[in-house]
Structures are given as C-alpha cells and as structure tokens.
Ligand binder design. Structure first.
Ligand code: HEM
Ligand code: SF4
Length: 554
C-alpha cells in the first residue's frame, strides 16, 4: 500500500484550506454559483439533481481497512449513511451539505485520500485491475505504475485544462479486468525477452461515440513510460478539438487524424522531451514498488474450506461464483457483491463498509479493492478462512452469490441522482435482478453482463455489456434501447443496437425473452450468452425481442 510522504500531506492540507475559504465565500454570497463552479469542480464537487455530490478517488481501487472505516464515518456523519461505488473506482456521496464538504475533505486527508481531479478536463483517477497483486494470471502488479502516473498527473501544470477529461487504466495481466481498451490511454504490462514493458493503447472511450482503443506502441520500456505518456497528452492538448465538446475526447482526435499521424506526432514530441526525464521517476517507482510488496502469505491446511464446500450448498454456490484463483498457494480472491437482489448496484451502507474493513483486517492482510463492476474485493484470503468470511458477509447482507451473473449489473445513478440523465437506471437494474431471482434461473443462465446507463454519456458502460441498456427520453417518456454483444475484456467490442427502444414497462419482459431465447439457442450450458451471440449474430435475438415484427412480416 502506498504511504503518503510529508509532501503529499502538506499538499492536501493546503488544497483543503484553500477550498474551505472558497466555500465560506460561496456561503456568505461573495461568490456566485457561476464563480464557485470551477473552484468546486477542481475538488470533485458536483451540483446534481437534488444536492451537491462529492466524488472521491480511490486510486487504482485500492484501500485499507482504516480508509474504508473513514469512508463509512463520512457516509454516516455527513451523508445519508451510505456511499455509491462507481465504475471508475470512485466513491460518490450524493447528499452532502455544502458547509460540510471542507470537513469531509479533511477527514479524507487524514487517511491519505482526496477528491482532486475527480472532475474537470484533467487526468482523472487512474484505474487498474481490481485483482492487482493477487491474480493468478498476472505478469506484474499494475498498481505501482498507476501510483507513479497519479503522482505525475496530479496538479500537472500543463494538463489542468485539457480539451476534455482524460482517463488512464492499467492492467498487469493478459485477461483484461480493467476495460483498458475503452480508456483514453490503456496500459498493459507485457514481458519481452525477460524485461517488463507496456503495450500502449490510445483513443478508446465510451459515451456518445464509443470506440475501442488502438495500439500506439506494442512495447514501451518501463523507463520510457512517463515521457511517452507526457508526449501523448501534450499532443492531445495541442491537437484535440476545443471547438466542440462532443468531439473533444482523444478518441475523436485519433479517429480524425489517424493512428499513424498521432504516432508520428508523439514520436516527435517524445524526442524533444525525453531528456527532461532524468531517471528520478524510476527512483520514485522503486520506492513505490517497495510500498506494494506482497504481504507475507502463510501456509496452512485448507481442510475447513473443503469441509464447508462439501457440506454447505449455500457456501458452495458462493465459492463457485465469488471466489477466484490467487497466485499464492492456498489463497483465494473474494469478490463481495454489492448487488443483493433488489439493492442499488454499488451502494454500501456505513455498517457494511465497516464489516468489509473488519474482514480485510482479520482475514485479508488489510487490503480491499473497489472493482469497476461496482463490487468490493478482498484480494488475499486464505482458503481456510473462506467459511468465516462468508458467514460474516451473509450476516451483513453482503453474501449474494452472483458475481458475473445476470443480477451483477452495473448501473449508473441515472435520473435518481444525475442532472444529465434522460431516464432511470437503478430501478431497471433492481427489477431485472428481482425478476431473475424469482425465476431461479440465474445460475443456470451463467456468465452474463448487463450494463445500464441513464443517458448517452455511458457512465454505466452499456456499450461493453453483453446486454447493454441505454435509457433515453422520447418526447418526455423513458425509453430503453438494447445493445447486444458488447465486451469489456481483452476481446473488447462495442455492442450492436438491437432495434427500437422499450418503455419502462416493456424492458423487463424484453430482457426475459432475450435470456429465454439464449437458453434455447445455446449448444450446451458451457456456451455463454456472449459466445452464443458471437456464433449466431443478432438475428435470433432480435426475433425474440420483437416477436410482433416477425408476425407482421409473416
Ligand atoms: C452523477 C454525476 C455524473 C456526471 C455529471 C457524469 C458525467 C459524465 C459525462 C458528461 C460523460 C461523457 C464524457 C465524454 O464522453 O466526454 C461521462 C462519462 C463517463 N462517466 Fe460519468 N457522470 C456522472 C456519474 C458517473 C458515475 C456514477 C459513474 C460510474 C458509475 C461514471 C463513470 C463514467 C464513465 C465510465 C464514463 C464513460 C465514458 C468514457 O469516458 O469513455 N460517471 N460522465
Ligand atoms: S450515464 Fe448519464 S445518467 Fe448515467 S451517470 Fe452518466 S451522465 Fe448521469
């Protein structure tokens, strides 16, 4: 775990003191809302439908028990007793009072956390594989380099006013759990001739014009990474469009200029600036890497796990879906579902946060992760402790065995909170989860990712859902458009639009028809929804969604 230096602490204290004074001036009326807006956005404070919303970064999704406890305390003291974990490894508080926000930021600083650059046209929270440091398939832990990128990008003087927001994701494994191809820059640690380096992907992004990123370089050596990133962002800063907000992301810059042109410009810029990077960054990286040293794993019998697995079907179902392979013998990665059937995806109460913090301390080397799928991970749990962890989770309403299944839905806040929303997302997610729970076919359906956004901005990643749902406003009525075949992994794909949208009443039955059609169409239970879709294409799913169209055509 990275520990702050004196510099980090002093920097946060100063930023928070500045913001406290700005908030006071807003409250006493000497700043108008328009004057205050750019100041609050620099500190992650939005103005939403009903209240202010504070977005707090959880860098590369990693936090410890003390930090989770503090998030719980903040939720209880200054919000309504819960927080919302998002697809960008942030936590959002939806109900703070403006006068309390400086105290909230101070409370965050006490545990080395902040809300800087969680908003605005800057380099946002750097995200990473939520199994980092634990995954069995990992080449190297991506978090040290993500931390280096965070330090390089935070308050970077040249990159505070980019054409648009800028998102970087890092993965250290061949299987992509960080959706790196849908980021402005996606980095994948790869090995070549015994040395570690980075595949650099640029120009991915979701939103209005979804795009899969393109490979800019297939291998950049570790010591050349920061100058390469600096060159890419500088080129984008100059070339990116500022005349049209909707064409300002780097995905459009890459699309309009072509990847070869971008590469030539980045090469030229790199040649100019390379000498400024004298190796200090590599010294910093070495210090950061030491902070992320793996915990001391222990060896003990996994007999308690085996006994529970054999004798307790509820534990077995949970272990089958929520537990993944770990690199260390005897260990496992636990995913805690924040998707109890009928709950708001990604929400956790203060009590639940404390339970998770406590479990991390007792059984998981004091580490937690937030996944972009809006769940919480205990990355290093010994298999012998899994029954105890499961029992404690169940008691706290956190034992749902549905990771990767149909009710493990990503949903943005939509019309329930977001000022940009054109439709609700949370109730749709809740109804789908409740419906398939009632049908009792969730485990039979198997791996299936449903992702829901309440508007075209795609915060809920609907484009890369196997089933994506986009809420739109059609003449004052909510309408839900379905996309199929999206994928956020190393085989990333943008989903195809299935046809006309459905009303709020029609969307749940439509999803049910789709899933029933899949159960009929699959070759055998091992063929997933996505594999079946890839084999057969849109047509049979379309007929299931629009049976009346078939009748009309007959
Ligand atoms: C409630 C306040 C929010 C506002 C005002 C907001 C605003 C936006 C906007 C305007 C975009 C489109 C940007 C562009 O393409 O240039 C966007 C994209 C995005 N936002 Fe949000 N969002 C909010 C909440 C969230 C939440 C809760 C999440 C996670 C659940 C999230 C994650 C994302 C992601 C992943 C994208 C994807 C598009 C991309 O950059 O590739 N946002 N958001
Ligand atoms: S997708 Fe739209 S509705 Fe949902 S959080 Fe993003 S901006 Fe708001």
């Amino acid at each position: 775990m990275y520990s702050y230096t004196e510099f980090d602490d002093a920097f946060l204290a100063e930023r928070n003191a500045q913001f406290r004074a700005q908030v006071e001036r807003r409250i006493d009326g000497s700043l108008t809302e328009d004057e205050f807006k750019p100041l609050r956005l620099m500190n992650g404070l939005y103005l939403q439908l009903h209240a202010y919303m504070l977005r707090v970064a959880i860098p590369y999704g990693t936090l410890n028990g003390r930090q989770m406890d503090q998030l719980a305390m903040i939720a209880e003291r200054w919000d309504k007793g819960y927080g919302h974990f998002t697809t960008r490894q942030n936590i959002q508080y939806n109900w703070p009072e403006l006068r309390d926000v400086p105290d909230m930021l101070d409370a965050l600083a006490e545990v080395n956390m902040h809300a800087i650059q969680t908003s605005g046209n800057t380099i946002r929270n750097v995200t990473a594989d939520h199994f980092a440091g634990a995954a069995a398939d990992e080449v190297a832990d991506p978090r040290p380099v993500a931390e280096l990128i965070r330090q390089w990008s935070t308050d970077h003087p040249e990159f505070q006013f980019l054409p648009r927001k800028f998102k970087v994701a890092v993965s250290g494994a061949p299987h992509d759990r960080a959706v790196i191809k849908a980021h402005d820059i996606g980095l994948r640690i790869v090995e070549r001739d015994g040395a570690l380096g980075f595949e650099v992907i640029v120009g991915g992004g979701l939103g209005r014009t979804p795009m899969i990123g393109k490979v800019l370089y297939d291998f950049v050596r570790s010591e050349d990474l920061l100058p390469t990133l600096e060159a890419i962002v500088s080129v984008y800063n100059l070339l990116g469009r500022r005349d049209n907000k909707y064409k300002a992301r780097i995905k459009i810059t890459v699309h309009e200029n072509g990847i070869e042109d971008i590469r030539a410009r980045v090469d030229a810029r790199y040649a100019l600036i390379r000498a400024q990077f004298t190796g200090v960054d590599q010294q910093m990286l070495a210090r950061i890497e030491a902070d992320f040293a793996a915990p001391a794993f222990v060896e003990k019998s996994i007999a308690p796990f085996e006994a529970a697995y054999t004798n307790d079907p509820v534990f077995r179902a949970w272990a089958d879906t929520n537990v993944d392979a770990h690199r260390a013998p005897g260990y496992a990665i636990v995913s805690i579902s924040l998707k109890a059937h009928g709950a708001t995806p990604g929400d956790a109460t203060a009590d639940q946060m404390r339970v998770m913090a406590d479990l991390a301390r007792r059984y998981a080397h004091d580490e937690l992760r937030i996944s972009h799928e809006q769940n919480v991970i205990l990355p290093h749990v010994h298999r012998a402790d899994l029954p105890a962890v499961h029992a404690a989770l169940k008691d706290a309403g956190l034992g749902t065995a549905n990771i990767g299944l149909i009710s493990d839905i990503i949903a943005c806040p939509g019309m329930d909170y977001c000022a940009l929303a054109t439709a609700r997302s949370i109730p749709i997610a809740q109804e789908i989860a409740t419906r398939f729970d009632a049908l009792k076919i969730e485990h039979d359906v198997g791996p299936l990712k449903i992702k829901i956004s309440g508007c075209i901005n795609a915060c809920g990643h609907h484009h890369v859902g196997h089933i994506g749902i986009l809420g739109l406003d059609r003449a004052g009525v909510e309408s839900y458009q379905i996309t199929l075949g999206g994928d956020g992994t190393e085989d990333a794909a943008i989903g195809e639009r299935a046809g006309p949208g459905f009303s709020a009443d029609e969307i749940i039955p439509a999803i049910e028809r789709l899933v029933m059609a899949y159960l009929d169409l699959r070759q055998d239970p091992s063929e997933t929804f996505l594999a079946t879709y890839r084999r057969l294409g849109l047509a049979p799913f379309k007929s299931a969604l629009y049976p009346e169209a078939k009748a009309d055509a007959a």
